[in-house]
Design a protein around this ligand. Structure first.
Ligand code: AMP
Ligand code: MN
Ligand code: MN
Length: 316
């Protein structure tokens, strides 16, 4: 079984690097920090790499120990978490490719199985839930610090236990975390509710720009680099905008475009019947049925035109 091999590889390894997808969300950060803390407790020489660290998650234990790139040496083991494919891995020093052994643990349906050992469970609503299951399987005790990181990933990737994919297992794990003394209400507040003033202002701008297309079945809005600079907001702090469009009655697909160095990043959400991962696959992106993304290497006008016209084909 893959998990037994992964366990053996962890036991054998001394130097380990832990990585997640670019522009990390709560599940990515929760996954890498939980794994980092665990491996440190096991006495490993471990690095937790993320080229950007979103301020929202700075309340998490050991957040300040994350580093911006891997060191210039071959790690014994590299672990990629919450990442569907190698090109989305946030790994400025190519530590994953260079490592002796590569492990990929994830929950995206279209995972490209880029590790030597891959443990992918698309049914799981968060990579942090897979990690919890793995720790249970490996009979490893979860400390309060690890539970805090895991719960953050589960809360954020399920939109606060609201999305499909949340199961009785989810609540059993959360119950175990509570027994370890995690502060659910604090985690919820910090990761889901509380936003900085600049984030509030940029959400307001995106909301003012929101357009309804196709009889209100599509909600569309955008943010440019100039907007981000003028508000002092990072790309990783734009979460919440696409969900805002999705939550309006009558909307089936919410499309949010934001400018990056590679063009416009499209973030899509659906409510009922549209598989947005299929739309994003047409643009070399991917994700989940009701939450997906892709990068569109075009001007704003062209990116909007292309993504909206493809989306129309999926509407009833
Ligand atoms: P986002 O809209 O960025 O929050 O992403 C929604 C979901 O789609 C997440 O599970 C992402 O991991 C996935 N996703 C976003 N962008 C891409 C991409 N370019 N390629 C593959 N999956 C993506
Ligand atoms: Mn993620
Ligand atoms: Mn995830």
């Amino acid at each position: 079984m893959t998990l037994d091999i992964i366990k053996e590889e962890i036991e054998k390894a001394n130097s380990i690097v832990v990585l997640a997808h670019e522009n990390p969300d709560g599940d990515a950060i929760g996954s890498i920090l939980a794994t980092y803390i665990l491996l440190k407790e096991m006495g490993k020489d471990v690095d937790c790499v993320t080229s950007v660290f979103p301020r929202t998650y700075s309340f998490l234990p050991h957040a300040e120990e994350t580093i911006r790139e891997g060191r210039d040496e071959k790690y014994d083991l590299a672990i990629a978490l919450d990442c569907s494919e190698i090109k989305r891995l946030d790994d400025p020093n190519n530590s994953f490719e260079k490592a002796k052994v590569k492990v990929n643990i994830d929950h995206h349906i279209a995972n490209s199985m880029f590790g030597d050992y891959n443990f992918v469970d698309p049914v799981s609503p968060a990579c942090c839930q897979i990690l919890t299951m793995i720790l249970e399987y490996m009979k490893i005790d979860i400390t309060k610090e690890i539970a805090t990181c895991l719960l953050t990933g589960i809360i954020t990737d399920t939109g606060g236990f609201r999305y499909e994919g949340v199961s009785s297992d989810t609540f059993e794990y959360v119950s175990q975390f509570l027994e370890k003394g995690v502060n659910l209400s604090k985690i919820y507040k910090q990761s889901m509710q509380c936003i900085s003033r600049p984030r509030f202002e940029i959400r307001k701008l995106a909301q003012d720009r929101l357009e309804f297309l196709e009889d209100g079945k599509i909600a569309y809005t955008y943010i440019t680099k100039e907007d981000m600079e003028s508000f002092g907001v990072l790309q990783s702090e734009l979460d919440g905008i696409v969900e805002n469009g999705r939550d309006i009655e009558g909307v089936e697909v919410s499309i949010f475009l934001y400018e990056t160095d590679k063009g416009y990043k499209a973030s899509l959400r659906s409510n009922d019947y549209v598989n947005v991962a299929d739309i994003c696959l047409l643009f070399n992106g991917g994700g989940h049925i009701k939450a997906a993304g892709a990068t569109l290497p075009y001007s704003l006008e062209e990116a909007k035109e292309r993504i909206v016209s493809q989306t129309k084909n999926f509407l009833k």
